[in-house]
Design a binder for this molecule. Structure first.
Ligand SMILES: [Zn+2]
Length: 208
């Protein structure tokens, strides 16, 4: 079974990934936890509520079928940040399900800061047995459900640029903000964001 859980930042994807790994482990099943570009900056799955677990970093050249078959017995994979994997790696996940009897639980964003789908996420939508939208109380500043990630550079919403830019770190001028569709389309970031833009870098709750 190939399952894809998607949602915006902060919707609890990594927390659910870690919970799922724990549940499967308790049943005596053996799995691997994979991630890419986790917010911790290392090969770890971390969640904003403070849980963490060592994980395998998925670099572009990693063959996931070979990774799994080099192990003794793997029952399942937890694939965090799967939106950043290559399309070929998503195909490998489907191979693992079909040819090797591995259950794959993939977690990630569906779309980038422009609201355009990541290629890997698109392939997951096409191939997954089940797709599940996560909506764990992430709200836009206006109170509507947060659906889309905006990239904010210098206090303004970016509409163009590289698809993957790591933000929300001390060193980066880029941050991400979850917005409802209406405000993603209009580019309005809300009241609190303006003060961020004029230099209130310290104490910003976005600087996670
Ligand atoms: Zn809104």
């Amino acid at each position: 079974m190939l399952k894809f859980y998607f949602g915006p930042m902060d919707c609890g994807k990594s927390t659910l990934a870690l919970q799922m790994n724990y549940n499967h482990g308790r049943q005596g099943r053996r799995g691997l936890v994979l991630t890419k570009h986790d917010r911790s900056g290392g090969p770890k799955v971390t969640s904003r509520i403070g849980l963490g677990l060592d994980a395998i970093e998925v670099v572009d050249s990693l063959d996931l079928v070979r990774l799994v078959t080099s192990h003794d017995r793997i029952d399942y994979l937890i694939c965090d940040e799967a939106c950043f994997y290559t399309v070929a790696q998503i195909e490998q996940l489907a191979d693992l399900v079909d040819e090797h009897g591995v259950d794959v639980y993939a977690f990630g964003l569906a779309s980038d800061f422009r609201s355009v789908m990541f290629p890997a996420a698109q392939r997951l939508f096409e191939l997954a047995d089940e797709v599940c939208r996560l909506q764990v109380e992430v709200l836009c500043w206006c109170g509507r459900p947060g659906q889309l990630n905006a990239r904010v550079v210098g206090g303004a919403m970016a509409r163009t640029g590289e698809q993957v830019v790591i933000g929300d770190t001390d060193a980066s001028p880029v941050r991400y903000q979850v917005l409802c569709r209406r405000h993603h389309r209009s580019g309005r970031l809300g009241e609190g964001s303006f003060s961020d833009a004029v230099g209130d870098a310290v104490g910003s709750d976005q600087a996670v």
